[in-house]
Design a protein around this ligand. Sequence first.
Ligand SMILES: [Zn+2]
Length: 105
Amino acid sequence: MARIVRKKPFIRKRPCQFCLSKSPVTYVDYKNEEVLSKLVNLQGKILSSRITGTCAKHQRAVSLAIKRARFVAILPYLGTVKREKKVQEVKEEAKKVESVQSTNN
Ligand SMILES: [Zn+2]
């Protein structure tokens, strides 16, 4: 009987976001909350390179940066990570501020 050989499904490897940039990143800044908050899940855990596509070299730099960011209270050790405000919320806040300013004058 012929053996059935199943093909492995083709999964494209995600490119490393730090290697892709024009000037290759050698140091991941711990103060850059915008980048780091995308590399942790909502519970504040560091996402694996398998999920984010970060290469081994940059994953090491990222984990160090996240740990530093936690120490200086930029990122939480646990609990929900703040995500950027939605555009609508920001607009509503701007409207509120405008209305307060108009009532004061
Ligand atoms: Zn890389």
